[in-house]
Design a protein around this ligand. Structure first.
Ligand SMILES: Cc1cc2nc3c(=O)[nH]c(=O)nc-3n(C[C@H](O)[C@H](O)[C@H](O)COP(=O)(O)OP(=O)(O)OC[C@H]3O[C@@H](n4cnc5c(N)ncnc54)[C@H](O)[C@@H]3O)c2cc1C
Length: 330
């Protein structure tokens, strides 16, 4: 275990942020040593690669970071350390003919964070790949194995979000049948525009297509500072939507269940964008209105103020409240 005082909190929004102590967990035995640290500091936050967090200028507590990077394939189960990079895992699976990971290529971040908000993209999400999760409970200080159904996965959510579980290993299913999923509209468009034959596409081809489509739509956080989609697509009753200012055909609405619909948040923001006041250090990415970007000088408060301004305008226009997707560190 390594402890650094007044350490920087890495984050892809590039908010200048430090914490009282950064605790690097380098092996499983270290988990048994964090008891005293937690008891004496009380406040803690578990961090992965920092691509989905909004940290404060100073966090007066412990930032816990796993550095476990093992990867072991045994009897239909692929066990992976939480600090392993997610896209490296997708590439490992494609190379080793393990199915189901290909559509999730290029989602930034670590394996350990993947179940927290049930990462998903292009018609797939991680919940279908997970057999179980090995965690260390920071309340009982015991190791716990959570089965897939225990995690209560749903759209961008699971019981692991804001929980006391530090994930140190995830057991993935490595024997799923091949099921190439190319239904997503932007994949279909790419296939059509490039005159490709869907029947000839394999995992590698689909992941290469998705990489290209993603690179056009989403900014690389190494150069344009962002935390991915800033708001979730709201799931609501359709009759609640105010169509007074914009007609139904101008919104993007998917059926979600018998009674609920999912509304494209990007389109809602696009429609009200020209009514927003500018913020000094935060703005909306030109190619994707769901992505907020900073110039590297923004504070947590500035990011949240701008998000709140967007939310107010969306609410006033459509009677829809948006929920922030990245994790706010308090
Ligand atoms: C450009 C861009 C594109 C993105 N695209 C997508 C996308 O297509 N789909 C999608 O779902 N997300 C997307 N995201 C969001 C982000 O990639 C995911 O949320 C990712 O899982 C975050 O991983 P991380 O390691 O950076 O986690 P962090 O940002 O460090 O943490 C995120 C959350 O996970 C928790 N956490 C992290 N590690 C652990 C652990 N070991 N144990 C317990 N809790 C932990 C943290 O407490 C926090 O609540 C995108 C982000 C960016 C910047």
């Amino acid at each position: 275990m390594k402890i650094e005082e007044n350490a920087l909190i890495d984050n892809s929004l590039r908010i200048q942020s430090r914490c009282k102590y950064l605790v690097r967990i380098q092996n499983i035995e270290d988990l048994n040593k964090i008891h005293d640290l937690i008891k004496s500091n009380k406040k803690y936050f578990i961090q992965g690669e920092g691509t989905n967090i909004i940290p404060p200028t100073f966090y007066d507590g412990l930032i816990l970071k796993s550095e476990l990077k093992h990867i072991n394939l045994k009897k239909n189960i692929l066990s992976v350390g939480s600090a392993y990079n997610w896209t490296d895992l997708v590439k490992f699976c494609i190379k080793n003919d393990i199915n189901g990971f290909e559509n999730l290529i290029d989602i930034p971040g670590s394996v350990g964070a993947s179940p927290i908000q049930n990462i998903g993209a292009y018609g797939a999400d991680v919940s279908s790949l997970i057999e179980s999760i090995d965690c260390f409970c920071l309340k009982t200080f015991k190791q716990v194995n959570l089965k897939n159904k225990d995690c209560k996965f749903s759209y961008r959510d699971s019981i692991l979000k804001n929980s006391h579980y530090l994930i140190y290993n995830i057991n993935f299913k490595s024997n799923l049948e091949e099921n190439i999923s190319s239904d997503y509209a932007s994949i279909q468009k790419y296939i059509h525009d490039n005159s490709l034959n869907i029947d000839n596409l394999n995992k590698q081809d689909i992941s290469a297509i998705i990489s290209k489509v993603r690179a056009k739509a989403l900014p690389n956080p190494d150069y344009i500072f962002n935390a991915g989609s800033f708001f979730k697509n709201p799931i609501i009753h359709k009759n609640q939507i105010n169509f007074e200012y914009f007609g139904e055909e101008q919104l993007i609405i998917w059926d979600y269940s018998d009674t609920l619909v999912k509304v494209g948040a990007a389109r809602l923001i696009e429609l009200i964008q020209d009514q927003l006041s500018l913020s000094k250090n935060v703005s909306i990415y030109k190619n994707h209105s769901l992505v907020l970007i900073t110039n590297g000088k923004a504070t947590q408060q500035e990011v949240l103020n701008f998000a709140s301004h967007i939310n107010d305008m969306v609410f006033r226009t459509f009677n829809i409240s948006l929920e922030i997707e990245p994790n706010i560190i308090n």
